[in-house]
Design a protein around this ligand. Structure first.
Ligand SMILES: Cc1ncc(COP(=O)(O)O)c(C=O)c1O
Ligand SMILES: [Zn+2]
Length: 373
């Protein structure tokens, strides 16, 4: 039962080989039956590894962890409506990506991998670099040239080799794919172990709500590591009989880069080529998300929807959230702008959960630029 399975040709592979794509070139998922022993979970440390038997790492000794997770679920007021917000900007590296990195680098250690490569708009690169530092695994990170300085510094201070790549975010992904021909690809978009880390968001929320699912989750989406992880997590809890429904997923994209929104709204069979423009939301500006169809299926199956927000809405929301004492990065404010938009159609007692995905301190130049305008 515990195996990789190809989304396209359905080939299966052992989880014990260092593999991140199928021989046919397509994307892999993991078939895995998680176990939830609620009594055991309750007695453990408040970290994401309290769901140990629901995470596909075999040997305890291989776990690479900084006791991350179980972030506070804060009550934040949006024009009179209380939204519960997971504060994942408080992770060790300043973004939710630590969830995926902890599981993926644990797996890399389990496989005896000596070197990994990853491409990122910055945050996933920071997370993979930090966990590689702890695991003593060599690490090459590819990022676009215009990535925020805070993220560039962080990646290098962790000891990773930084490859600033000219051109678009897509050119960065291509450069990493080339490097991944010889080294293990610790990709948050290709490698399914990452999703089995981000899924702990769903476990934590349900536990924090006394093992109840919210009605709705509002989440940012670029490559979908968060939307897909959440979808997997909620469905694992549903299948285990712990919750009796899964939440609607409302996925937020930037107006300037919204291929998934377009495909969803227009009922397209393929993710369309789009004319990507610059956006404050650098973390979700993904023109060619490789799991695009899977993301759309997940949102559809959850009875959810896509929302787009423009830079002016992101700016307004960022300022409003910071004035409440939460310092988040502009990408993260795309989600809060999405919350404001969604509330126009929410019903009065709808239980809505969302997330702060990244810390403001990472994007000082962008934050200062927003202040000066
Ligand atoms: C702060 C922040 N929020 C959201 C996202 C979106 O995550 P994903 O691309 O996996 O959908 C990212 C990705 O880098 C990010 O850095
Ligand atoms: Zn295949």
């Amino acid at each position: 039962m515990n195996q990789h399975i190809c989304q396209k040709c359905k080939a299966t592979y052992s989880l014990n080989e260092p593999r991140w794509k199928c021989n046919c070139g397509s994307i892999l998922d993991i078939e895995f039956r998680p176990i939830f022993d609620l009594e055991k979970i309750k007695q453990r440390k408040p970290t994401m590894w309290r769901y140990r038997e629901a995470i596909p790492i075999q040997d305890e000794a291989n776990i690479v962890s900084f006791d991350e997770g179980f972030t506070p679920l804060a009550e934040v007021d949006f024009k009179g409506k209380t939204i519960l917000i997971k504060q994942d900007h408080l992770f060790l590296t300043g973004s939710f990506k630590d969830r995926g990195a902890s599981v993926l680098i644990s797996k890399a250690r389990e496989l005896g991998v000596k070197k990994v490569v990853e491409d990122s708009s910055g945050n996933a690169g920071c997370a993979i670099a930090a966990y590689c530092a702890k695991a003593k695994i060599d690490c090459d990170i590819f990022v676009p040239e215009d990535t925020s300085g805070g993220k560039l510094a962080q990646i290098q201070f962790y000891g990773a080799k930084l490859n600033k790549t000219p051109g678009t975010r897509e050119d960065t992904a291509k450069a990493a794919l080339k490097a991944a021909e010889k080294d293990y690809y610790a990709s948050h978009s290709w490698n399914p172990f990452f999703l089995h880390g981000t899924k702990t968001f769903a476990f934590e929320i349900c536990e924090q709500l006394n093992w109840k699912a919210p009605d709705t989750v509002i989440l940012p989406v670029g490559n979908g590591s968060f939307v897909l992880g959440s979808y997997i997590g909620f469905n694992e809890l549903l299948n285990a009989g712990i919750i009796d429904k899964t939440p609607k997923i409302i996925a937020v994209q930037s107006t300037n880069c919204a291929p998934l929104y377009k495909a969803f709204k227009e009922g397209l069979a393929e993710i369309p080529k789009i004319d990507k423009k610059d956006t404050l939301a650098e973390g979700i500006a993904i023109a060619e998300p490789i799991r695009g169809k899977q993301i759309i299926q997940a949102v559809k199956k959850s009875n959810g929807d896509f929302i787009i927000v423009d830079d002016s809405e992101i700016k307004t929301s960022l300022k409003a959230i910071c004035r409440k004492g939460y310092y988040i990065e502009p990408t993260s404010a795309s989600t809060t702008a999405g919350i404001t938009k969604y509330l126009e159609r929410a019903y009065p007692d709808e239980l809505i959960v969302s997330i702060f995905t990244g810390h403001g301190l990472k994007s000082t130049e962008k934050m200062l630029k927003i202040l000066s305008k």
